[in-house]
Design a protein around this ligand. Structure first.
Ligand code: AMP
Ligand code: MN
Ligand code: MN
Ligand code: MN
Length: 290
């Protein structure tokens, strides 16, 4: 049986990727992706360009975003798929989440300056395609460009995380809020790359239980950040909590990202793919012109 090459996680210059939405659509298509979603952090301004470019290429498309959430002192990412991009409450919610980013970035710059690294805010801003969405990724690019680190892995070992220079506390959306915005706009909410979080087992259990309690429906099982063992572990978690399973590269940039668009392992066969529940929400090029 042919398993659909779905890639439901990627970033454009609208957040912290380096390509335009249309260039990403072309890359996805060239790599054999059959169902794609652009999931910029906290922003859906790239959705129209992504959808139009995908449909021109006869690449099926699902609307997407990745919402930053604060949960038990950690940042958790919640993916939303298949929502109406014109929904007013979702738009207002995402605008509220974005609003603190520039002020946070100034505090990150001040923290790096205190550690002897001057000009980081301005340096990061030069890498941001969308200044309102300035992120740790843009600071990482500045730290690499200025020769302080050789790659992202090194950056996130020495900088930009709790206890290290360049980290600034920030309050993102609540878990229930993010799930409500996505569901209210007709979409499905999915916990992104769960192995990335540093939760003790009881807190991880609380995250999944509360997420399900709010109406969250899926978990990303196969993703660029997961090892084979982690895929196996979250496949079990999906079954335990009755969650749909998602698959996405989390592609940001050809030189930075470990996994390219469309080149992930398949979802384990015993899981139900999230796109099965989104049939009616998938945007397809007119069947006649295929
Ligand atoms: P922010 O939303 O500003 O906190 O930035 C988070 C982004 O930083 C993520 O979406 C990733 O693109 C990047 N990031 C965070 N942690 C790591 C890591 N350990 N390695 C590589 N990139 C990371
Ligand atoms: Mn990112
Ligand atoms: Mn993420
Ligand atoms: Mn992502």
């Amino acid at each position: 049986m042919h398993l659909l090459n779905a890639d439901l996680h990627s970033h454009s210059r609208v957040s912290d990727g380096t390509s335009s939405p249309a260039a990403l659509a072309e890359r996805a298509h060239a790599n054999g992706v059959e169902l794609w979603s652009l999931t910029d952090h906290d922003e859906i301004a790239g959705q129209r360009e992504a959808r139009e470019a995908a449909l021109d290429l006869h690449l099926d498309y699902l609307s997407g975003t990745e919402i930053s959430v604060s949960f038990a002192g950690e940042t958790v990412h919640i993916l939303g798929f298949g929502f109406d991009p014109d929904d007013a409450a979702l738009g207002a919610g995402l605008a509220a989440v974005r609003s603190g980013r520039v002020e946070r970035a100034r505090r990150m710059g001040a923290s790096l300056a205190a550690a002897g690294i001057a000009g980081a805010f301005e340096g990061a801003l030069r890498h941001a395609g969308n200044p309102a969405m300035i992120s740790r990724t843009h600071f990482a690019r500045f730290l690499i460009e200025s020769g302080r680190c050789s790659d992202n892995h090194e950056v996130f070992r020495h900088f930009l995380k709790p206890g290290k220079p360049g980290y600034a506390e920030h309050r993102w959306a609540g878990l229930g809020e993010a799930v409500r915005w996505i569901r209210g706009a007709g979409g499905i909410a999915v916990i992104a790359h769960p192995a990335r979080y540093q939760f003790a087992p009881t807190l991880e259990y609380a995250l999944f239980s509360e997420f399900v309690g709010h109406g969250g429906a899926g978990v990303e099982v196969v993703t660029g950040a997961h090892s084979a063992a982690e895929q196996g572990r979250y496949a079990e978690v999906a079954l335990e909590f009755g969650l749909l399973a998602s698959r996405g590269s989390d592609f940001h940039d050809a030189a930075e990202s470990r996994i390219d668009l469309g080149s992930l392992p398949d979802l384990p066969g015993r899981l139900t793919p999230v796109w099965q529940a989104l049939e009616a929400r998938i945007q397809r090029a007119a069947a006649a012109s295929r």
